[in-house]
Write a protein that binds this ligand. Structure first.
Ligand code: GEK
Length: 250
């Protein structure tokens, strides 16, 4: 149903082999090695979110500004942004992840795409990275891993570091607004994973591994929080099942 977004990734068999236990998902070498395959078979619309990140980067990047990819994993969004920008070198692209295994693999992915010199990779906690003169900030499927009580402060800090015509791209796994909605979204997502070759056992094991590690919230909670953080215009532009993406302007 979907193709692998990164040709260098191995096939994700972590849950088939029972290598990750309950509530214990971590971004280590085993996950990094299969991540390209895992994300494209697990996140509906991932390719669309990436391609649109490139379009938005082209629209909002300004010479002398910085584009941030926070929670960059293998650097897919940074690579797309670097390729989308017409004047190479006019802006900085800073990609941050606190998992050393991800940063190591991101370095290889960027080199394979001839983009090593275009993206500054930083192995750091994104909560400690200053955001300055930002024209584009990408938080693709990352906010969901931060403790809920820290999300507002991070968004406030990002907003303060953005240029007036900049854009924040926030993509997240979301929860349904009601129990019925949640049931339908989860059922459709599980169908999607089955169609992409995941077994019942793999689906169940992954659900359990992500328990309390990935905490999704309803779309409305994101909209409210972005407004509270000072973003003046917030617009959801994509949703497929329980995955959504919003753009927010300071
Ligand atoms: C993509 N954006 O391909 N500081 C830095 N990195 C963090 C932190 C933190 N506090 N917490 C989690 N991460 C990517 C996909 S994956 C989404 C993002 C997923 C990192 C973590 O190490 C991982 O690489 C990434 O955020 C989340 O579009 O696995 O569902």
């Amino acid at each position: 149903m979907v193709t692998n977004s990164t040709s260098r990734s191995e096939r994700d068999r972590l849950y088939a082999e029972g290598r990750i236990g309950e509530g214990s998902f971590v971004f280590d070498e085993r996950v990094a090695a299969v991540f390209g395959d895992m994300i494209s078979r697990s996140v509906p619309g991932y390719a669309t979110v990436l391609a649109t990140t490139g379009l938005l980067a082209r629209r909002h990047a300004r010479p002398g500004s910085t584009l941030y990819d926070l929670g960059c994993s293998l650097g897919a969004a940074s690579a797309v942004m670097a390729e989308a920008l017409e004047e190479a070198g006019a802006c900085r692209i800073v990609a941050v992840d606190n998992a050393p295994a991800m940063i190591e693999r991101a370095r290889e992915e960027l080199a394979a795409r001839d983009l090593a010199g275009r993206v500054e990779l930083r192995c750091a906690d994104l909560r400690e990275v200053p955001v300055e003169r930002a024209s584009v900030v990408v938080l693709n499927f990352t906010l969901q891993f931060l403790p809920r009580e820290e999300r507002l402060e991070l968004l406030r800090r990002i907003r303060r570091g953005m240029l007036p015509d900049g854009v924040l791209i926030l993509s997240e796994k979301i929860a349904g607004a009601t129990p019925e909605e949640e049931r339908l979204l989860v059922a459709l997502h599980e169908e999607f994973k089955r169609a992409n070759g995941y077994s019942e056992l793999e689906i169940a094991r992954k659900r359990s591994a992500l328990e309390r590690v990935l905490v999704p919230e309803p779309l409305e909670a994101h909209r409210r929080r972005l407004a509270e953080a000072g973003f003046r215009r917030v617009q959801p532009w994509f949703q497929c099942f329980n995955f959504a993406s919003l753009v927010a302007h300071p």
